[in-house]
Design a binder for this molecule. Structure first.
Ligand code: GCW
Length: 670
């Protein structure tokens, strides 16, 4: 791979950290692959950052950086008993003691995380702290790749899949290691290699050997491998007459398959399953429930401590509002799943829209472990052509108060085990990574991979802090640059909501590709719930989906006071207004404008915001390398054109119903 600017991700900053005192060297005993990685990272990182060679030492002395776990020979000298108890497996402690800087952890992987944390502090201009303890909020911080075995990537916009299946296992691309390192640096500790629309072949002997070779590369970075499975693998791959989860032969087939996997990959993480969803097979094909299907797999995995992540993304073209269906189907199964099953729920009740309210399953399913699924790839947010920082979207969701146990029970505490004391906790993000030289297609899309990892580690981190951190490590620590560009990032998602789907509108994207605007789209014979008109319901009387008690009553799936707030257009937060209500074009909003006028303003504002992003970026010329400057500039140009396209297409189309003029002070559609 050409090591172009951007290949280095958030490790590109080699400026000297003048403000911080540097250790005279570092001490780390013993040998292992992980310890070798820590050594290389510190040697390179510290030497580059301080501009002087900093090496691993044979003895502990004052001024040194000491890395230590309780299993190490010197542990008794430098760790108090019980000092690391709260850190569990992945946490770490940074402290200054006896004239030394100490990184301590219970495991080598904890040490690696501590190492990356220290390097991040330096790269962002911070000092080694007097004392700092960190421990992740979620046990399993997982990426979901929607990568197919032919190296296409579903909803992937950064080139082909990273996994070169045809070359594996004999040729192991060096990029696999860089990938693992990037994940470890932000605490991601699991990766589902293949698409949830799973090809049964992934479980063939031929592919398992390839999977093993990737697992071997990832292991020293603490990154575990998981696989998406196709529920009818016993029939399709194994040649059995059925894949009924209660059939003895099927049960045995899975047990043997699982045993074969663990023989190759002893720390295999488990299965991710999309079943009875969008045409995929599942237990319902045999008259069994989701719980029966998931439990059968869970029982096969349990002896090896593997888990099943069972997706709740189910909906069918029925009379029932799509936004209600996952809840309706899964809530009755609450309490029926095994302990090693986690139900994986998308952040919103429909599908990764620029804005959705949180899925009401969070908080309602109190006897089942739930894990959030976020989308890092920008399926509905301009692919890798639009600059959209998702840190704000992720935070909005994680911070959303469910009121499940009264005030202050946000989605984050529902899913991180705080409220319901789940024995396993996890979070997933659909990856935006491909084989493009800059990994994610858009340089700024790297920030979404970064932000996902940082929030999976600590959902309390503010989105703006993550943005600034990322900018400093990726481009430059220049304050003007960081301030201006973090403002751009912080505003970028709202801008996209404005020019695509303001005021709670959703799914106005073109059928199939989900890229540009097609609110008018009607494909004869296609599923009605894949057509934008299903969602916007624009007509001569108004616009929006009535999900209130006079409509589909989706509002009833939420706890009060949300339920009554969402139900009443006067109280419903404006960002969800047309998600929950069908309102007349002349409906008056809080600012006194009519709904139609406000829509015109929002769409125009989105376009104006992108213009500002462009202006700000132009002032950054010279502050960043020319190549990335140009590439971002040209993407912003595309984004501006497309923001106008969105505004014009949507306003002109909706105008055929509103039959009112676009306010003359706003730009005219072209
Ligand atoms: O968002 C939709 C996508 C499909 C995807 C599906 C899912 C992997 O359009 O491409 O399939 O959701 O999440 O299963």
């Amino acid at each position: 791979t050409d090591k172009v600017d951007g290949y280095a991700l958030w490790f590109s900053n080699t400026e000297v950290a003048t403000a911080a005192t540097h250790p005279t060297g570092f001490y780390l005993e013993g040998k292992s692959d992980t310890r070798a990685i820590i050594t290389a990272e510190l040697q390179d990182g510290l030497s580059n950052l301080f501009g002087t060679e900093i090496k691993r030492q044979r003895k502990v002395s004052k001024g040194i950086l000491l890395l230590i776990t309780p299993q190490d020979k010197l542990a008794a000298n430098y760790l108090k008993s019980g000092e690391l108890d709260k850190l569990e497996e992945d946490g770490f402690l940074l402290k200054k003691e006896n004239g030394m800087m100490v990184i301590a952890a219970n495991t080598e992987i904890g040490l690696l995380y501590g190492t990356f944390h220290y390097l991040r502090l330096l790269r962002t201009g911070e000092q080694f702290p007097v004392r700092l303890e960190e421990r992740p909020k979620f046990d399993r911080r997982i990426l979901n790749h929607w990568d197919n075995l032919d190296r296409t990537v579903e909803r992937g916009y950064a080139g082909r899949s990273l996994w070169q299946w045809d070359e594996l296992p004999s040729k192991v691309d060096e990029r696999y290691q860089e990938y693992a390192k990037a994940n470890a640096s932000v605490g991601i500790n699991g990766t589902v290699l293949n698409n949830v629309n799973a090809n049964p072949m992934i479980l063939s002997e031929e592919y398992l050997i390839k999977v093993k070779s990737l697992a071997d590369v990832f292991r020293p970075y603490g990154l575990k491998v998981y696989l998406s499975i196709n529920f009818s693998s016993p029939a399709q791959l194994g040649g059995l007459p059925t894949s009924d989860p209660l059939d003895e032969q099927v049960i045995e087939w899975w047990q043997q398959k699982v045993a074969a996997i663990y023989k190759e990959i002893p720390d295999f993480g488990g299965f991710l399953v999309k079943a009875n969803s969008e045409g995929l097979p599942g237990p319902q094909d045999f008259g069994r429930t989701h719980a029966e299907g998931a439990n059968m797999l869970a029982d096969a995995l349990a002896p090896y401590h593997g888990i099943v992540m069972w997706r709740a993304f189910v909906y069918n073209p029925t009379e029932e509002d799509r936004a209600k269906q996952a809840y309706n189907e899964f809530l009755p199964l609450d309490g029926q799943f095994r302990k090693n099953v986690i139900v994986q729920v998308k952040n919103g009740p429909v599908d990764f829209q620029p804005r959705e309210p949180f899925s009401p399953l969070f908080g309602r399913m109190q006897n089942t472990t739930l894990m959030p699924e976020l989308q890092v790839t920008q399926e509905y947010l301009g692919f890798s052509n639009h600059l959209v920082y998702l840190g704000t979207l992720f935070k909005e969701f994680l911070d959303a108060d469910t009121y499940a146990k009264g005030r202050n029970t946000p989605v984050s505490s529902i899913s991180d085990g705080t409220v319901f004391k789940d024995s396993i906790t996890a979070i997933a993000g659909v990856a935006n990574i491909g084989s493009d030289p800059n990994w994610c297609g858009h340089h700024f899309a790297q920030s979404n991979w970064y932000a996902y990892g940082r929030l999976a580690w600590n959902h309390q981190l503010p989105a703006h802090k993550i943005a600034a951190e990322w900018l400093k490590q990726t481009f430059t620590t220049d304050q003007q640059f960081v301030n201006a560009m973090s403002r751009v990032m912080m505003e970028s998602r709202e801008a996209t909501v404005n020019y695509m789907t303001p005021l709670g509108l959703h799914h106005l994207m073109g059928w199939g590709h989900h890229y540009g605007p097609e609110p008018w789209c009607a494909v004869p014979g296609a599923r009605p719930d894949w057509m934008p008109s299903y969602y916007h319901k624009a007509d001569i009387n108004g616009i929006g989906f009535n999900r209130s008690s006079t409509g589909s009553n989706a509002t009833a799936q939420y706890f009060d006071p949300l339920k009554s707030m969402y139900d009443n257009p006067q109280l419903c937060p404006e960002e969800y207004l047309l998600w929950f209500h069908h309102l007349p074009w002349d409906y008056t909003l809080h600012n006194g404008k009519t709904l139609w006028t406000e829509l015109c303003y929002r769409y125009s504002e989105g376009v104006d915001q992108v213009k500002v992003f462009q202006d700000v970026w132009r002032t950054m010329k010279g502050k960043v390398d020319e190549q990335r400057y140009q590439e971002v500039e040209s993407k912003l140009e595309t984004q501006l054109k497309e923001a106008s396209w969105w505004r014009d297409a949507c306003l002109l189309y909706f105008q055929t119903f509103s039959q009112q003029p676009i306010p003359s002070e706003l730009a005219r559609p072209v």
